[in-house]
Design a protein around this ligand. Sequence first.
Ligand code: S3P
Length: 423
Amino acid sequence: MSRTEPIRGEIVVPGDKSISHRAALVGALSKEGIAVEHFSTGADCAGTLSCLSRLGYAVAREGEQVRVRRGDASIEGGVLDAGNSGTTARLLCGFLAGMPGLFAVITGDESLSRRPMSRVVDPLRTLGARIDGRDGGRRLPLSIRGTRLSGGTYTLPVASAQVKSALLLAGLSAQGSVTVVEPRKSRDHTERLLEHLGVPLRREKGSVTVFPFEEPPGGSWRIPGDFSSAAFWIVAAALVEGSEVTLPGVNLNPTRTGLLAVLERMGLRCGIVPSSPSGGEPTGTLTVRPSPLRGTVVDADEVPLLVDELPLLAVAATQAEGVTEVRGAGELRLKESDRIEAVAEGLRTLGADIEELDDGWIIRGGHPLRGGAVASRGDHRVAMALAVAGLVAAGDVEIDDADCVFVSYPGFLDELRKRSGRP
Ligand code: S3P
């Protein structure tokens, strides 16, 4: 018998993390600036704001209301701590590389200092960027000596919205147009935001081109709820008997909602009521009730559309009938932790039948989960996915270093405890 209360009612998830980072950075380039509501409450986006204010941009925050504009200070550089946030570090590289006269150093925490930076440094160097760093610029800390960049075309070896966005931000101050060719479509928030603010872009199948446009106009809007945060409630409601969760104002950008498509294929019934777009992004209300799930296959083409939700999908797959295979997801090994290994280890401890592949997992569903002590490895998405697994485990699940959820969803564990009645 489940010891978990049904998860019921309306849950307003924090503002989207990816969009919040971008709004802050684009706002800083604009004289008029941006004023947004429902800015992400996570530490990652607070980190982007503090880097911008350290550089001398005008940043004002009252709770979830944030204003950022260029201000009057001359931007000369400084030491910028990106904390745990890959998006902060990588987008800042593109943002700063084309500012002549600037000198900046980007640092980060232990996890971020292990993560690859050459994916953003190499393409920026092809535009003339002067970036150096540990291990030849492969790891943080990185130093950036701003310079006038040339235009150019870069073909990404791996789909990455962070790298694409760094190049697009660099392109705004370059001397010619910058085209990014993507092997697979990744989240397009930067493109949507720039278009929404009136910056011309050329979007073609498989590529996007930005033209020199040093000062984007400003704007004011509400950041939609983060689909990646809503995802934890979607899977919780799908798995816990008697649940019914309503999630209003969630971002429904199709480059982010791959998890919904996969869960629907597995049998999830989910109500979707669209609401008005905000800041160029589609939004809507999701309603989720429990559904019996069947195994499925997720391959490389789908991965970028649910890359951050794959740990959570693995949790759902443990409760599905049959086998789920995730392949082409080697990128997960390069996130805040090695998510392939962390998820396999955590779920195996709880009694799941999960086989680790180089680039994904094979999960044989239908095994009841038990309680146990599992490791988050300081990775917010692993911690939250294992907490959702805890809802369907027979005994208590103890997650070490679970506080790491503050980087994207500070209130998640309290809310989950309150609604589920689990310790
Ligand atoms: C992000 C892009 C993704 C994602 C990350 C946020 C972004 O990373 O995993 O959490 O905001 O652009 P990659 O660009 O490395 O795929």
